[in-house]
Design a protein around this ligand. Structure first.
Ligand code: ARG
Length: 588
């Protein structure tokens, strides 16, 4: 469907032309003075110079042409030359009725759908998930859903950190504890066991123990580095342990992400890229892109316009080992070959920005990706505690994701118990659903690139700009609709009438902005704008609810119209929270 602002713009284009002015001046936007009008056009101001005329004269001429235009209840020129527009009730209700007819609520689809890959999540296998990985998962998931909603072909890839030194550490610690395992027998020629020699619980303890020990013990560290080297060079016993680590960890990760309603299409990782490294390195050398610098193989990525020093992209260390840059480049080689994306979006901590500048430049310069491929870095800020420092546990340790989620759920559970008399079981389920909304909304309502304060009290509040408030509003609408259904049985023959009150029209206008908002959000990959929109929409709805007798309305057609408006409001809200990655309970 055309956006409301587009429809008005076309109408004004005609008016500008008829009045003898350039139609390019007719651009219409949502009013920034809602007390005066609903939409506005500032074209007369812009045209003053060209036509050597006072802006208000131009505005008057245009408004004259709009006199009998059914789209407007009022079109007036105000000094010094604004055109203030108030839509007619019938235009607004027809627009919203048309939205309701469409499964996608009238949202405009991408004219030329793109193939987009999103690299998000990025957990490191065998290390516990911490809050730093939460943001990538939450933001990436929302962007995936938004891009898919507007019709793009989207693939989400978790890009596991599954190939580093942590693997060498685990192998070394395991060897220290159980030196008799077959994996450590150099002469062993048979099959390796299918069962892992550890559980997830043990693995979670092994890694931090080994990591701490290595920091204190040089020899142990050397051994872990050597184990990493052997693993990366295909030593069979270590490969077998690696597979066990992967199987055990990935099963656990899948559980954790499912709880967050985060779903990846691909569970690939750094390890998958390794096979592409030798060929890539060979080509970079042969074609003269890479050169030796102090023994290391590098590709220069400086550009003349740089205002700060951009160091070269590191391809191989002097000992021949691959690095983070190498792996990300090889992953792009693989992505080009297997998926051929038009766009790759990386949702990663903004402190990694330089790494991505280097990788993107190198990939473009050396033809690893085609020139038209859009490589986007979406860097997010840090999640801080109330003290303004990176989020920690009460004891000052790194906060584990599951503990954070538990903390929110417990808080929600308390609040739900206070408010209602639902069974314990139901309260627990509701607390989970609302808790997830509290976390995700708390995160996504901030512009992703900014740091923000994770405030449990604020995020779990039912009032203010929070997830629970939005859910509460949806549940309120659902319960009114359900009550009507109980007594009258039918929700299928609801018909929207022209609004008669100001608040009713305001709510329709707000619903009508959905299309505008979605386009903006998908172009900018900005989920925080969905939050801003639904907060306004929820506020407008709640004002409508308090000012209007809905179920006790006597005139049947008007009552049904209210219910139709409620239903489309609910659908818009539910669509938006789905794009943010959470859902509403039936009651709360
Ligand atoms: N595993 C990395 C980390 O924890 C994040 C990976 C981000 N994605 C990428 N393609 N480099 O820091």
């Amino acid at each position: 469907m055309e956006k409301i602002s587009e429809k008005i713009t076309s109408c004004l284009e005609e008016a500008f032309e008829k009045a003898g002015y350039d139609k390019a001046l007719a651009k219409v936007t949502v009013s920034n003075r809602p007390d005066l009008c609903e939409y506005q056009c500032n074209g007369a101001m812009a045209g003053a110079k060209k036509y050597k005329k006072a802006p208000f004269m131009i505005a008057d001429d245009v408004v004259e042409q709009l006199k009998y235009q059914p789209m407007f209840e009022k079109a007036e020129s105000v000094k010094p030359g604004f055109i203030n527009l108030t839509l007619s009730p019938s235009f607004v209700s027809e627009y919203v009725a048309q939205m309701a007819e469409d499964e996608k609520l009238g949202a405009q689809m991408e004219a030329e759908p793109k193939k987009i890959m999103i690299d998000y999540g990025g957990p490191n296998v065998a290390k516990p998930l911490h809050v730093g990985h939460l943001r990538s998962a939450i933001i990436g998931e929302s962007i995936k859903r938004i891009q898919r909603f507007v019709g793009n072909d989207v693939t989400g890839d978790i890009h596991l950190g599954d190939w580093g030194y942590q693997m060498g550490l685990i192998i070394t610690e395991l060897k220290k504890r159980q030196p008799d395992l077959v994996y450590f027998d150099e002469n062993y020629k048979g099959e390796y066991p299918t069962e892992a020699p550890f559980t997830i619980g043990e693995l979670e303890e092994i890694y931090p123990t080994a990591s701490a020990y290595a920091k204190e013990h040089e020899e142990y560290r050397e051994e872990a580095l050597h184990a990493t080297y052997l693993l990366q060079n295909g030593y069979p016993g270590y490969r077998a342990i690696w597979k066990h680590i992967m199987a055990v960890s990935v099963a656990d990760l899948k559980k954790n992400y499912a709880k967050l309603h985060v779903e990846f299409d691909l569970w690939k990782g750094e390890a998958d890229a390794q096979a592409y490294i030798p060929g890539m390195v060979e080509r970079l050398k042969e074609e003269g892109y890479a050169h030796l610098d102090d023994g290391a193989l590098v590709v220069d990525v400086k550009e003349e316009t740089d205002t700060k020093e951009i160091p070269p992209c590191m391809i191989l260390k002097s000992d021949g080992a691959a690095l983070y840059d190498t792996t990300d480049l090889a992953t792009l080689v693989e992505r080009e070959e297997k998926y051929d994306p038009d766009e790759v979006i990386y949702v990663v901590d903004k402190r990694q920005e330089l790494h991505f500048v280097q990788v993107f430049r190198c990939a473009k310069k050396t033809g690893i990706v085609k020139p038209e491929v859009d490589l986007k870095f979406l860097g997010f800020g840090t999640m801080n505690g109330k003290d303004g420092k990176p989020f920690k546990t009460r004891e000052g340790g790194v906060m584990r994701l599951e503990n954070l989620i538990r903390e929110i759920e417990e808080e929600m559970y308390k609040k739900i118990q206070e408010n209602r008399t639902v069974s314990e079981e139901e309260a627990k389920k509701i607390a989970e659903t609302v808790g997830l909304a509290a976390i995700k909304y708390g995160d996504l309502s901030n512009q992703a690139s900014k740091d923000y304060v994770f405030d449990v009290d604020r995020f779990t509040s039912f009032e203010g700009n929070t997830g629970p408030y939005i859910l509460y509003t949806i549940v309120r609408i659902k319960s009114i609709l359900a009550k009507y259904k109980e007594t009258n049985g039918d929700l299928t023959d609801l018909k929207l009438l022209d609004p008669i009150s100001k608040i009713e029209k305001d709510l329709m206008l707000e619903v009508g902005k959905f299309n505008e908002m979605i386009q903006n959000v998908s172009q900018e990959n900005a989920p925080h704008k969905i939050c801003a929109y639904i907060y306004d929409l929820a506020n407008t709805f709640n004002r409508f609810y308090h000012e209007t007798k809905i179920l006790s309305e006597e005139e049947e057609a008007r009552k049904k119209s209210y219910l139709a408006l409620l239903d489309v409001t609910r659908r818009v809200l539910e669509c938006c929270i789905d794009l943010l990655g959470f859902e509403a309970p039936e009651r709360m």
